[in-house]
Design a protein around this ligand. Structure first.
Ligand SMILES: Cc1cc2nc3c(=O)[nH]c(=O)nc-3n(C[C@H](O)[C@H](O)[C@H](O)COP(=O)(O)O)c2cc1C
Length: 177
């Protein structure tokens, strides 16, 4: 029988935005997420990323206002991981940060956590301030730091079914030759 551990994780993964008001137990969960992030592959192994693991509720509240819409649920999360990079360390920091972001999400899924990607790069906090500048201000990040995403985590308090296989867009696979 063919093992399909990763496919099972992928089938069950959905964006979860409603969380139980419950701290992580055991605390080791956060350690596992840290290890996963740091094991993410990067172009030429430059590892330009930096991660901020935010559990302080006042900081989560402030970060939940990072975007005009699409980030408010962060205030109900137990953890937010800010994924950023020093742009001087790699020309492909966006790819590296994106890979780390999804690895964090899939690791969270494997640990029974719900998560959602909050896009920061190229998004706006208000009409005049970018989400990135807002996040950098809240966290005191230096000018050379670029912010890709915040990944919210918590114990799921909503259920979403896997997308049925019949709904997958197999027409997007253009060639199998
Ligand atoms: C690059 C990227 C950016 C995203 N940004 C946000 C966001 O800012 N806010 C949000 O609520 N969801 C965000 N999402 C989650 C998507 O809306 C979600 O993955 C998509 O609707 C598919 O739903 P599913 O994850 O449940 O399969 C983002 C996902 C990706 C991959």
């Amino acid at each position: 029988m063919v093992k399909k551990i990763m496919l099972d994780i992928l089938r069950k993964r959905r964006s979860i935005r409603i969380y139980k008001a419950k701290a992580f137990e055991p605390e080791e969960l956060v350690e596992q997420l840290k290890e996963a992030a740091l094991r993410s592959p990067t172009s030429r192994n430059f590892r330009p990323w930096r991660f901020l693991f935010i559990t302080d509720s006042a900081k989560l509240e402030a970060l939940s206002r990072a975007k005009i819409s699409g980030s408010s649920f962060l205030r109900g999360a137990s953890l937010g991981v800010v994924v950023c990079a020093d742009e001087n360390e790699s020309d492909v920091w966006i790819e590296d940060c994106s890979i780390a972001s999804i690895i964090l999400q899939l690791t969270g899924q494997s640990l029974g956590l719900g998560s959602c990607w909050i896009q920061i790069r190229k998004r706006m906090h208000s009409e005049s301030q970018t989400s990135e500048d807002y996040v950098k201000g809240v966290l005191g990040l230096p000018a050379n730091m670029k912010v890709e995403s915040i990944i919210s985590f918590g114990y799921p308090d909503e259920e979403k079914p896997p997308i049925p296989k019949a709904q997958l867009e197999y027409n997007k696979i253009l060639s199998t030759e």
